[in-house]
Ligand binder design. Structure first.
Ligand code: SF4
Ligand code: SF4
Length: 154
């Protein structure tokens, strides 16, 4: 594709389907996180929403996700630049910031598995919220692991 839609259209010109396809299914935004009001920083945990598919890292209740999970946030062309917790590798954020999608993105590779093969997704690196005790949540805080450095949540 010489001039794919994510390079030729503005965010607001994209169809709903095109916009949604920018998500690589990395699963990072489905990790629980805390916002520190003092520092203004977001701290991620390795605890994922119970609706995240462990293998494919996609939402298993996508159509009804906002009813099933009230904390789930819709990413749109209007709010994408305000959601500072989105990782730099997020397809929405990449395109919103004028960066190209990388080889492992399904829109480029034509394969939903490349995001896992490239080690970008959280496959094998998270625990479901169903499998932890509430008292243990802080044990899963990602303080300064390689994961954070790699994902670069700045
Ligand atoms: S961080 Fe972005 S690319 Fe990854 S699953 Fe969330 S919306 Fe999709
Ligand atoms: S409801 Fe679906 S999209 Fe929302 S956080 Fe949970 S797994 Fe992710």
């Amino acid at each position: 594709m010489d001039n794919p839609f994510w390079k030729s259209k503005s965010l607001h010109q994209m169809t709903e389907r095109e916009w949604e396809s920018l998500c690589s299914r990395c699963g990072i935004c489905c990790l629980h996180r805390f916002y520190n009001f003092k520092t203004g920083k977001t701290l991620f945990t390795s605890i994922a929403c119970r609706f995240l598919d462990p293998e494919g890292c996609f939402c298993t209740v996508y159509e009804s996700r906002f009813q099933r999970e009230p904390d789930c946030e819709k990413i749109t062309p209007y709010n994408v630049m305000k959601l500072k917790w989105l990782p730099k590798i997020c397809g929405y954020r990449c395109v919103a910031e004028g960066r190209d999608l990388q080889w492992w993105h399904p829109l480029v590779s034509g394969d939903f598995n490349t995001v896992h093969r490239a080690g970008i997704s959280i496959r094998n690196n998270f625990i479901s919220e169903q499998d932890i005790r509430p008292a243990d949540v802080m044990k899963y805080l990602l303080k300064r692991p390689s994961m954070i450095l790699f994902y670069d949540f700045s």
